[in-house]
Design a protein around this ligand. Structure first.
Ligand code: GLU
Length: 455
C-alpha cells in the first residue's frame, strides 16, 4: 500500500504556524514512508473561500519547500459529492429535516431544562408525507442529516492510541444545508476515498468529526483510513490561532525574515520530547518525527524561541545557501562574499542583517557609529603604523594575529584596553563578529583611515 497523506485547508485566510504543523506532519509522514502528499483546498464555502487565499496557501507551502504531488479543489468535485449523497439517501442514511435554527434552539433549551443532552431527536423522520408536503408548500427547504448508528466507533489513532467514541451521544450531523451547499463532513470523506487517502493527520479539534466520518466511510462502502490527531498549537497566552486574524501567519514570519527551516523545525518539534533544535532540511526532520511521540498537551508557540532557532540556523548556513540573497543585497560575490559570510553569520538574527555588517566592512561607517574615546587616539595612531604591509588576502587571519602581537609589544596594552578601542575604531561598534575575520575584509587603507580618525 502506498501511503497517501493530505493537507486540507479551507482557503479562507493565510496559513498560520499551527496549520504549518499539520501540513508538515502530513508531508513528513508521506516522505518517511515513500508516499504521496495531496493538497486539497476545501473551498465549498463559497462565501468565505477566496482564490487569492488558495494561491497564498500554495505559495506559503512552497516557501516551506512543500511541493504537493497533487492539488485538488473541492468545489470542482461536486458531482462526486452529489452521487455520494444520493447513495446515502437510497440507503436511508440521509434524511430531510425542516426545523429552522430557532426551532432547533428551542428544542435544545427544552432538553437542557429537563436535564437531557441536547441531541437532535430525529423528529423529522416521523413526518408524514402530508406534513412534508405542507412544509414544502410553506416555502421550507430541507437540510439533510446523516443517520448515525447507535454504537461505539473505535479507531487506532497514530498519535493518541486506541480511541472510541459513543456515536449515539451525538446529534445526527447536517451534511447538506437548506441552500443545497455541503458542510465540510461529506465532501471530505468522499474526496479522501476517491483520492485514495490512506492516512488522515489533522488537529485534535477534529476527533468528534472522526467518529462521524468513520461511519460515513463505512456507509459509503469505503475503506476507513488511518487517523492521527495531533495536539494543537496556541499563542503564548494560550489562545487559539486563527487563519482569519493573520497572527503568526507564515506570510508574516516570512516577511519578518525568518528562515523557512527555522519555522518548520519549531512547528514540528515543539512539544516533542527532545529539545527543539534547528534542523537544516525537511529530509532530516522527516527522519526525526514520530507521531506516537508528539506531546498530547497543547503547545504554545513562543516567538522568542523562533528567534533563537533562527539565529542558530543562520550561523550554520553555508555560503552556497545564501549567496544569491547576499548578492541581491549588494554584497560582493565570490571569495570576498564567502569570507564575509564566514565572518558575520554567527552574529545575525536574520540573514538580512548581513547588509548592516557589509556597510560596516566596506564603509562609510553609519552615522550612528560609535566613536573611539579621545584618550585612545594616540594609541590608535600607533596601532595604525603597525598594520602589516603588503596585500591582504580576504581570509588570511594571520594578519590580525601578527598585528595584535606587534601592538601589544609596542604599547604594553592588553585585554579590554587593547581590543575594545581597536574594535570601535575599525567597525564603529563595541561588539560584533571576530576582528580577525573582519580586518582583512576592511582592508589596509580603510583600516588606517579609521584608526587615525580620517574616516
Ligand atoms: N478543511 C478542514 C479544516 O481546515 C479539513 C479538516 C481535515 O483535515 O479533514 O479544518
Amino acid at each position: 500500500m502506498t501511503v497517501t497523506a493530505r493537507f486540507a485547508p479551507s482557503p479562507t485566510g493565510y496559513l498560520h504556524i499551527g496549520n504549518a504543523r499539520t501540513a508538515l506532519l502530513n508531508w513528513l509522514f508521506a516522505k518517511q514512508t515513500g508516499g504521496r502528499f495531496i493538497l486539497r483546498l476545501d473551498d465549498t464555502d463559497l462565501e468565505r473561500s477566496r482564490p487569492e487565499y488558495a494561491e497564498a496557501i500554495i505559495a506559503d507551502l512552497a516557501w516551506l519547500r512543500i511541493e504537493p504531488d497533487v492539488i485538488v479543489h473541492q468545489s470542482e468535485r461536486r458531482a462526486l459529492h452529489d452521487a455520494a449523497a444520493e447513495a446515502l439517501r437510497a440507503g436511508d442514511r440521509l434524511y430531510a429535516c425542516y426545523e429552522t435554527p430557532d426551532e432547533l434552539d428551542r428544542k435544545r433549551k427544552r432538553q437542557r431544562a429537563r436535564g437531557l443532552p441536547p441531541v437532535y431527536d430525529r423528529a423529522a423522520r416521523d413526518l408524514t408525507g402530508a406534513e412534508r408536503a405542507a412544509l414544502q408548500a410553506d416555502g421550507r427547504r430541507p437540510h439533510w442529516r446523516f443517520l448515525l448508528e447507535d454504537r461505539d466507533v473505535a479507531w487506532e489513532d497514530l498519535c493518541r492510541g486506541p480511541q472510541h467514541y459513543a456515536a449515539g451521544a451525538l446529534s445526527d450531523p447536517v451534511l447538506i444545508r437548506a441552500d443545497g451547499s455541503y458542510l465540510y463532513t461529506l465532501p471530505s470523506v468522499v474526496d479522501d476515498a476517491d483520492l485514495g487517502v490512506t492516512h488522515i493527520i489533522r488537529g485534535e479539534d477534529h476527533v468528534t468529526n472522526t467518529a462521524v466520518q468513520v461511519e460515513l466511510f463505512e456507509a459509503l462502502g469505503q475503506t476507513v483510513p488511518v487517523f492521527a490527531h495531533h495536539n494543537l498549537l496556541t499563542a503564548v497566552g494560550g489562545e487559539g490561532l486563527s487563519k482569519r486574524t493573520g497572527a503568526l501567519s507564515l506570510r508574516s514570519l516570512r516577511d519578518a525574515g525568518y528562515e523557512p527551516m527555522a519555522v518548520a523545525s519549531l512547528a514540528v518539534l515543539i512539544g516533542s520530547p527532545e529539545a527543539v533544535q534547528p534542523v537544516a532540511s525537511l529530509e532530516e526532520l522527516a527522519a526525526r518525527i514520530d507521531l506516537a511521540r508528539l506531546s498530547r498537551a497543547p503547545a504554545a508557540f513562543d516567538p522568542a524561541e523562533l528567534d533563537g532557532l533562527n539565529h542558530r540556523l543562520v550561523a550554520d548556513l553555508p555560503y552556497d545557501a545564501v549567496c544569491d540573497r547576499l548578492v541581491a543585497m549588494g554584497i560582493a560575490p565570490g571569495p570576498v562574499g564567502a569570507a564575509f559570510w564566514a565572518a558575520v553569520r554567527g552574529n545575525l538574527a536574520h540573514v538580512s542583517d548581513a547588509s548592516g555588517w557589509w556597510q560596516r566592512v566596506t564603509g562609510p561607517l553609519p552615522g550612528d557609529a560609535e566613536r573611539p574615546a579621545d584618550e585612545d587616539r594616540a594609541f590608535l595612531a600607533d596601532a595604525a603604523d603597525l598594520l602589516p604591509a603588503g596585500d591582504w588576502a580576504v581570509d588570511d587571519e594571520t594578519i590580525y594575529a601578527d598585528w595584535i602581537a606587534a601592538v601589544k609589544a609596542a604599547t604594553g596594552r592588553k585585554g579590554r584596553g587593547l581590543f575594545k578601542p581597536l574594535r570601535i575604531a575599525l567597525t564603529g561598534a563595541g561588539e560584533g563578529p571576530e576582528l580577525k575575520a573582519l580586518l582583512p575584509l576592511i582592508g589596509r587603507d580603510a583600516a588606517i583611515r579609521r584608526l587615525t580618525g580620517r574616516a
